[in-house]
Design a protein around this ligand. Structure first.
Ligand code: GLY
Length: 380
């Protein structure tokens, strides 16, 4: 699929997918969410943006590879994709135009974990998180130290900022012009013409209009993409990983929930695994993934456990919908028996009417499954 088809897909699904991080990988026509079998092993699930990579992960599970190998290989596909601007290469940068990535891994059978925060120049932070787990006595490395560690292990330092992400960052930067000296703001009567000047001249008018609409959306609602992926194999061993470029236009050094063990990811080999995408600050406050695994330990279904996490997020704001409406957050979970589920704070459908969803491969096929909404729609 070319970049233009992806951009069109972005625009038709944007509102609902901002939280689920489902922007770029699902193809020109996103498949409709549907029911998926429960209680099957092996099983691999992810946020919706992992849909097209789950077949790879399932193949590895069926070949008997370790569950951590399977989930990291799955998210590497999304990290490598320049057109997913919420993860890895091509991720939207911080306010200075630097792409800073966060990731974590947990390996259930050996009860180990690793993570990296604010790492620059390395397109597969999930691999570095796994290396931190395997090759150090620590659990989390951040910033320049994490980069030096990656280079020491032979990882190449690259520029993670794609032309698309650079242009979108520049457009955002220029909206601040009532406060600094960069370019025209959104309120500039000629904003459209001036931002159009940043776009490749060979693009059609339709392409330019679509990109302008997309940039406007990114500016008004900075996305927190991310991919979470968890798997349980035939034996019942479980692993998970979460990887992200974090909140677009964040302050340099901002770390979200993805590398925080217990928030963006938690695995207990006796119980199950959980992860999250969306506004990390809210998830860190409630230790979402750990909460979900503990709820499943007490007997809750994965979906009910995810909704319990949503409930706690809502409680952080005394259930004040006016404030909660400003963000979204999704949770995903599977248990040792191969049951899976997910919940989302706001079930607001996308402009094309699609409900927020997550991706499941049950050994037969990969499909999107609806997330259970805590609140039906942010519009009401
Ligand atoms: N959940 C991704 C982030 O907030 O960085």
């Amino acid at each position: 699929m070319d970049a233009w088809s992806r951009r069109k897909f972005f625009l038709t699904t944007l509102a609902g997918s901002l939280a689920a991080g489902a922007r770029n990988l699902l193809g020109g026509q996103a498949p409709a969410a549907q029911a998926a079998p429960q209680g099957t092993r092996p099983l691999i699930i992810s946020s919706a943006n992992g849909l097209n990579a789950l077949t790879l992960g399932m193949g590895l599970l069926k070949r008997g590879l370790d569950t951590l190998e399977a989930v990291v290989s799955t998210v590497n596909v999304v990290e490598d994709d320049p057109n997913d601007n919420s993860v890895g290469y091509g991720g939207l940068p911080n306010e200075d135009g630097d792409v800073e990535l966060d990731a974590s891994v947990m390996h259930g059978p050996t009860r180990r974990a690793g993570s990296v925060g604010s790492i620059r120049h390395i397109k597969n932070p999930s691999k570095i998180a796994k290396l931190v787990m395997e090759r150090t006595d620590h659990l989390m490395l951040v910033g320049p130290g994490a980069l030096r560690f990656a280079e020491a292990h032979g990882f190449e330092r690259i520029n993670l900022l794609t032309e698309d992400s650079r242009r979108r960052w520049l457009a955002w930067k220029e909206t601040m012009s009532d406060r600094d000296s960069w370019g025209p703001g959104l309120s500039d009567p000629e904003w459209k013409e001036k931002i159009t000047g940043l776009l490749p001249s060979h693009w059609s008018e339709e392409q330019k209009a679509a990109e302008l609409a997309y940039i406007r959306e990114l500016i008004l609602h900075p996305p927190t993409g991310t991919i979470n992926c968890c798997a349980v194999n035939e034996k019942g061993d479980i692993s998970g990983t979460t990887t992200t470029s974090g909140l677009a236009w964040k302050l340099a050094g901002r770390v979200g929930d993805s590398p925080i063990i217990g928030a963006g990811l938690f695995v207990d080999n006796e119980v199950g695994a959980a992860g999250s995408t969306g506004r990390g600050e809210e998830n860190i406050k409630i230790c979402g993934a750990h909460t979900i695994v503990e709820m499943m330990r007490k007997g809750m279904s994965p979906t009910d456990a995810c909704l319990e996490a949503c409930k706690r997020v809502a409680w952080s704001y005394n259930n004040d919908k006016a404030r909660l409406r400003k963000f979204n957050i999704s949770f995903y979970a599977l248990n040792k028996s191969g049951f899976h589920g997910g919940g989302v704070l706001w079930g607001t459908p996308s402009r094309s009417g699609r409900r927020p969803s997550y991706a499941v491969h049950d050994g037969v096929e990969a499909k999107l499954v609806p997330l259970a909404p805590y609140f039906e729609t942010a519009a009401s």
